[in-house]
Design a protein. Structure first.
Lengths: 197, 197
DNA sequence: CCAGTTGCCTAGGAGGTCTAGGCAAGGTTA
DNA sequence: TAACCTTGCCTAGACCTCCTAGGCAACTGG
């Protein structure tokens, strides 16, 4: 009786799950919901992905790769402060355009998936940005971590409404924060702290 | 036949759910799991909390209040850089000691719950820290947001293994990051950017 | 001491995850 | 062309979580 097949593949499922995540939130990405979207029974998906967990992991890996691509494109041909701002804006723009995917990118991955992910590219690109600031060794590592933390923290708080409806918009603060980070990178303190005013 | 009652109340359920969150992860805090822990049927919990959602919200509010208490205690009698480090350490220590509660604190709350939460205290305390740095107006707001972002981002990346097993530990980088934030607060750039070296 | 309230119960439906096994369409090989 | 095998989706069903409705028994207070 059944005529047309839906034409499912692991890749199509992953992409559809990513769209679903952006529409209804990553936590609502479910095997049943995805099957419904394709007009098939949920058991049918298990030939392509082995579990709901694997489906979500695939979305996470897709998001990490997409994000790395966006950032890489934004970074091309820029250096110093321009590179910092381009990186930051690309990062934040991706998170706002694709909230579900971005949430997926924060899924804790087991080491095997992590190694296969684009997260190494993220660190590399952050280090590339820092080449404009003459930071090396431990200071560079710490700066990479500060930038990751600040970017991720900012978009994550912004997404969860942490900045409220105050007069100063999240948009305005963003450039202030980037200015401060740029200044921090240019004046990176030597270990032990700098005590003078 | 049943003799002893479990003695459930909304408060006991909330505290037990918080412990459960720290043990098995916030995403696994479930009405059934909690009922199992008390040796009662899951339906019994619905006299005390109206839904799984409410249970999780209660844990979130508990965590926000506890975190505010810890930070307030750490902040007492300190100013300037000492206050910054005390705030940051209290924040990070809480997140590491209570990963499930901390995850709960990041649950998106609806405005009503948010207003009743301790998150206003968080902003207030951050502003208190900044009094040692002579920041006012928009710069102060931006600095509050940078600190929140950096702290939250750092502990969140640390918790999800984002810092890998690199030679430089998360512990070591933390003090480097705090030094940099301290420097950024002391040298907060004026709007428009500072271009000199 | 009896009435009302409270605390936990049983029963059951809806929806999500996942396994086992089946059948039929399409491509492969003789 | 026929037999075969693989692939794609199916049904059936077990198990879990969430939540509602309704019930009984044990406390509590007038």
């Amino acid at each position: 009786m059944r005529v047309a097949r839906a034409g499912l593949t692991a890749d199509r499922l992953t992409r559809a799950a990513a769209e679903l995540a952006d529409e209804v939130g990553f936590e609502n990405v479910t095997v049943s919901a995805l099957a419904r979207r394709f007009g098939v029974k949920d058991a049918s998906l298990y030939s392509h992905v082995s579990s709901a967990r694997e489906l979500r992991t695939r979305v996470a890996l897709l998001a990490l790769a997409e994000l790395a691509d966006e950032v890489a494109a934004a970074l091309a041909g820029r250096a110093g402060r321009d590179a910092l701002v381009a990186f930051a804006d690309a990062y934040r723009d991706y998170a706002r355009a694709h909230p579900g995917r971005y949430a997926a990118a924060r899924l804790p991955l087991d080491p095997a998936d992590l190694a296969a992910s684009a997260s190494a590219r993220h660190s590399e690109m952050t280090r590339a940005v820092l080449r404009g600031y003459r930071l090396t060794g431990d200071a560079q590592t710490d700066a990479v971590r500060l930038l990751h933390s600040a970017f991720h923290g900012y978009v994550s708080l912004e997404a969860s409404g942490g900045f409220g409806h105050q007069p100063r918009t999240a948009e305005e603060s963003w450039s202030g924060v980037l200015d401060a980070l740029d200044a921090a990178l240019r004046n990176w303190p030597s270990p032990g702290g700098v005590r003078e005013a």
